[in-house]
Design a protein around this ligand. Structure first.
Ligand code: NAP
Length: 244
């Protein structure tokens, strides 16, 4: 794919580490102006050191008002990747209200909040845009010890569809990517134990977990004009896990 995002301003959340970090670097390679939001200062500093063209913003996305104000300062924004996420893994009966609130705040409410600001501006500017939400295979399949995480990603998929429905007439496309396990810090949390990993791997027809770059390729495709007729989709990057 010959991709260029020259002249486009792209906001990436959760860009301090993992998928979001490599995505920010890739989008910058494709000539986008990248605005990278994340929580931990030192990760953003090393990102900026690696690519000084990337603009960084240290922020806790759980703060509703601060997030809105910060995103407004970076407008105009043409594209958003709502990638920030957390996973609290525990048996259903042990999960707490705090676990629920944290997961929903970061995985769902922040998408709602940030996308509202950007979409409102895109509509006023009448220029269209593309939003990609990073969901998970866990949105559509129950996974042990993942009750809140699964529920949050199920909400991401439905939020994606309803945003696609309402924003489509304004030429704003909204899609999700739904990866299987990727061995980032989050992936290691659930799947570093070889016994647990084996149970999951046995359910993936391709017999392996996804690489960060494979998730990024799907996000880039959905952001780009190469997917100009695709909106409201949940694209699995799961080696066939959801097909079984
Ligand atoms: P990761 O390595 O843990 O990175 C998550 C990023 O989100 C970090 O930079 C983190 O900041 C940031 N973040 C978390 N809470 C935040 C908050 N309140 N405010 C601002 N930033 C916040 O995870 P990842 O594996 O790259 O995951 C990226 C996305 O992919 C998530 O939505 C995740 O659910 C999804 N996903 C992951 C997997 C997997 O197996 N890894 C599979 C399917 C889907 P800090 O640097 O401060 O921690």
């Amino acid at each position: 794919m010959n991709i260029s995002f020259e002249g486009k301003r792209v906001l990436v959340t959760g860009a301090g580490q993992g998928i979001g970090r490599d995505l920010a670097l890739r989008l910058s390679e494709y000539k986008a102006t990248v605005i990278a939001i994340s929580r931990t200062k030192k990760f953003l500093e090393t990102l900026r050191h690696e690519d000084p063209k990337i603009m960084t913003l240290e922020m806790d996305l759980r703060d509703w008002d601060a997030s809105r104000a910060a995103v407004k300062r970076f407008l105009p924004i043409d594209m958003v990747v709502n990638n920030a996420g957390v996973a609290t893994l525990a048996p259903f009966l042990q999960l707490t209200k705090e676990d629920f609130d944290l997961t929903m705040d970061v995985n769902v409410k922040a998408i709602f909040n940030i996308s509202q600001i950007v979409a409102d501006d895109l509509i006023k500017r009448k220029c269209g845009g593309s939003i990609v939400n990073v969901s998970s295979q866990a949105s559509q399949a129950a996974i042990k010890d993942h009750a809140i995480y699964c529920a949050s990603k199920g909400a991401v998929d439905m939020l994606t569809k309803t945003m696609a429905l309402e924003l489509g007439p304004h030429k704003i496309r909204v899609n999700s990517v739904n990866p299987t396990v990727v061995m980032t810090a989050m992936g290691k949390l659930g799947w570093e134990d070889p016994e647990k990993a084996r149970v999951m791997l046995d359910k993936i027809p391709l017999g392996r977990f996804a690489e960060v770059d494979e998730v990024i390729d799907a996000i880039v495709y959905l952001l780009s004009d190469r997917s100009s007729m695709i909106t409201g989709a949940a694209l699995p990057v799961d080696g066939g896990f959801l097909a079984t």
